[in-house]
Design a protein around this ligand. Structure first.
Ligand code: ASP
Ligand code: MG
Length: 406
């Protein structure tokens, strides 16, 4: 008898009929002789609607209250799913995040899971129950409800799978798996059969919204195989795991993109110790997360410093940086909100010459100007103008297609 954790996203449980369909899938897994723990998201757009409601009451809703409010979305879907299973004659019990032992720190709206005390879940499994856990939420030592950040139910599911030693964590969603590029931009894009954690982490962080990056991190840390598949079809989906074969690994596996990119450049910065810290410390304190940072080699003790933030954080970031730029004697501070990124992702690129050149050639053939380039072990990213992102993704998918096909 295997223990399987399944997670169903908001679109899979958007109405009563869909909840009943999901219950049938769960029942099938149970009938195959498995123990089943299910994590659910809130129905459809519930979380967005609750946030909107809160902001209609106040422009600055209290974070603690907001988390309790948002956690109710998942409570609704988990209870309804348990009722659907009861109606079909299956023993099932819903548990809130707190009841399921999801212990977090007390950073409201984006709490991190500290540990999972899974005694209650184990007890209910032993009683023969299908256990339905409300995703996206946890509880602090003070017994205050927290949420894990948008998309956090994936993280709940992988954390539970890790703590219970589940055979696999199945993430059911409205797409057929992880695609080699966004199918809305590239009609020929295809779901990948399997991929490694590292590659998936880069894809998840650089634009593929299919899986919460923290869920991938946890999966890698605890070696939990994660299956991403559609709850609406019987297609096999994408298995993310650590044992991907060498042949498959040494290739460009996917093209990621992100339209939510803005750039700030501090021009004519004096090149001396402490300058970078004086800019990035206040940004961190203001809760602004900075992605790419590039500093030029200095000429005559003066340099330029460029970094990127999300478009929504640009104005706050400029408010923080402008006065600092003045006080450190920088010449100017300028921004551009109309940027995007395209990335090629795959292990083995670092040891194989020519990938970067092929990427830059494909972009230049489409007249795409590259503004910044960053790399990691498994990724090359170009920051370009937003208007060219779609063309760039298509060009790259085409240029590396033979590899992806492998
Ligand atoms: N319901 C939450 C959200 O919409 C969590 C999730 O769906 O994973 O972000
Ligand atoms: Mg999601």
């Amino acid at each position: 008898m295997a223990l399987i954790v399944q997670k169903y996203g908001g679109s899979s449980v958007a109405d009563a009929e869909k909840i009943t369909k999901v219950a049938r899938r769960i029942a099938r897994t149970k009938n195959q002789g498995n123990q089943v723990v299910v994590v659910v998201s809130a129905m459809g757009d519930t979380t967005d609607e609750l946030i909107e409601l809160a902001y209609r009451i106040s422009e600055t809703p209290d974070n603690r209250e907001l988390d309790v409010l948002l956690s109710t979305g998942e409570v609704v879907s988990s209870t309804l799913l348990a009722m659907a299973l009861h109606h079909m004659g299956y023993p099932a019990i819903s548990l809130s995040g707190a009841q399921a032992g999801i212990r977090t720190d007390s950073v409201y709206n984006r709490a991190r899971i500290l540990k999972v005390e899974s005694r209650r879940v184990v007890k209910e499994l032993e009683r023969g129950n299908i256990v339905i856990v409300a995703g996206f939420q946890g509880i602090t030592d003070e017994m205050d409800v927290t949420t894990l950040g948008r998309g956090g139910s994936d993280t709940t599911a992988v954390a539970l799978a890790a703590s219970l030693g589940a055979e696999v964590c199945q993430i059911y969603t409205d797409v057929e798996g992880v695609y080699d590029a966004d199918p809305r931009l590239v009609p020929e894009a295809r779901p990948l059969a399997e991929m490694g954690y590292e590659e998936m982490l880069e894809l998840a962080s650089y634009g593929a919204n299919v899986l919460h990056p923290r869920a991938v991190e946890l999966g890698e840390l605890f070696n939990v195989p994660i299956l991403v598949a559609s709850s609406f079809t019987e297609k096999p989906g994408t298995l993310i795991h650590g044992g991907v074969s060498m042949e498959v690994r040494e290739k460009v596996r996917g093209i990621a993109h992100n339209l939510d990119v803005a750039k700030i450049t501090v021009i004519g910065v004096p090149d001396c110790p402490g300058i970078a810290a004086s800019i990035f410390e206040p940004l961190a304190r203001a809760g602004i997360s900075v992605d790419t940072i590039v500093q030029n080699a200095s000429i005559e003790k003066v340099t330029d410093l460029t970094f990127t933030v999300t478009t929504s954080q640009l104005s706050r970031a400029m408010e923080v940086v402008k006065p600092i730029a003045g006080s450190i004697g920088a010449r100017d501070c300028v921004s551009d909100a109309t940027l995007g990124t395209v990335s090629i992702i795959g292990t083995g690129m670092q040891n194989t010459p020519g990938y970067a050149a092929r990427m830059f050639n494909a972009l230049s053939e489409k007249g795409v100007n590259i503004q910044l380039i960053t790399t990691s072990e498994v990724r090359i990213t170009c920051i370009i103008t937003e208007a060219k992102v779609k063309d760039a993704v298509r060009a790259l998918h085409h240029a590396f297609e033979i590899e992806i096909e492998g």
